[in-house]
Write a protein that binds this ligand. Structure first.
Ligand SMILES: *[C@@H]1O[C@H](CO)[C@@H](O)[C@H](O)[C@H]1NC(C)=O
Ligand SMILES: *[C@@H]1O[C@H](CO)[C@@H](O)[C@H](O)[C@H]1NC(C)=O
Length: 276
């Protein structure tokens, strides 16, 4: 019993000693701070921070970079550096438990912001990066995305297809508040109609995406008939304005076996694939 106790105390002493030695070594590595001997950092994307000795100014790390944080249980120290302006070095929570822990710079405020350039930034840290990269003086104008009239980023395009087949138009838009998308048709007889109306072979749908603050609308015509040959409009609105774009459906006769239409159809489907 006594022997065990003695070994335990010795072990404690040894642990204490190594911790002490380590701390002393690290301080020695830093040496006496002479700010005039510090190199001047250039091209910092996230502002400047003090190095691990608390002496020289160095570039802060940007969002998503691996970082040091002495208060976290990390298997490394003084390896990557410290996070820049408005960022915090946080433990990754997405790693499998068998992996050694890692920490990344995370923007403290994740809200999108509107810049003085009228652009929406994912968060304040992205705006700060843009300022350092190419826009001296860029400021946060307001929190949340920039308010703007709708804009059509990808307009629907003319489609030709055969009777009995189907066509899909898509319309990709941005704006804030998120605009609504409506589909209209101009029939050759001069009648304009909001879709899907009572047409059971026409379906419309909208969904957020492909990226944040965007929305995409689709209009699908099933079982194409000659009457569907018309001009279709994607009409986009929010409280700041409205904008529209049109495209035509060209209806071809049903293909005969070995007809040249088949080739044409194939070409078209390739085109659609490469667009997605
Ligand atoms: C280090 O991590 C702690 C705990 O997550 C956090 O509160 C602190 O702000 C971090 N320090 C830095 C400099 O990022
Ligand atoms: C497609 O439309 C034609 C003509 O209106 C009709 O005869 C046919 O049954 C429809 N086919 C389907 C699958 O709805």
């Amino acid at each position: 019993m006594k022997l065990n106790w003695l070994i335990f105390m010795q072990a404690l002493f040894l642990i204490g000693l190594t911790v002490n030695v380590k701390a002393t070594l690290e301080k020695e590595k830093c040496g006496v701070c002479d700010p005039t001997a510090c190199p001047v950092p250039v091209g910092c994307m996230a502002g400047m921070v003090k190095d691990h000795c608390g002496c020289c100014q160095v570039c802060g790390l940007t969002e998503g970079e691996r970082c040091d944080n002495d208060t976290l249980p990390l298997p490394y120290k003084n390896t990557f550096g410290y996070c820049g302006e408005k960022l915090e070095c946080r433990l990754r929570t997405d790693l499998p438990p068998v992996d050694p822990p890692e920490a990344l710079c995370v923007c403290i405020n994740q809200e999108p912001v509107c810049g003085s350039d009228g652009q929406t930034y994912k968060n304040e840290c992205q705006l700060i990066e843009a300022r350092h990269k190419w826009q001296d003086g860029l400021q946060v104008r307001s929190t949340g995305p920039c308010k703007s009239a709708p804009h059509i980023d990808f307009a629907p395009e003319d489609i030709h297809n055969t009777i009995g087949s189907y066509v899909i138009f898509s319309c990709e838009v941005s704006g804030w508040p998120i605009p609504t998308i409506h589909w209209l048709v101009d029939r050759p007889n001069g009648v304009r109609k909001l879709l899907p109306s009572d047409d059971s072979h026409i379906a419309v749908q909208s969904r957020g995406g492909p990226s944040n603050y965007k929305v995409t609308g689709w209009m699908q015509i099933l079982n194409l008939t000659e009457d569907d040959a018309a001009t279709y409009w994607c009409l986009v609105k929010n409280e700041y304005g409205e904008v529209s774009a049109s495209a035509r459906v060209i209806v071809l006769d049903a293909p005969q076996k070995g007809d040249s239409y088949e080739e044409e159809e194939e070409e078209q489907s390739n085109e659609q694939l490469s667009k997605t």
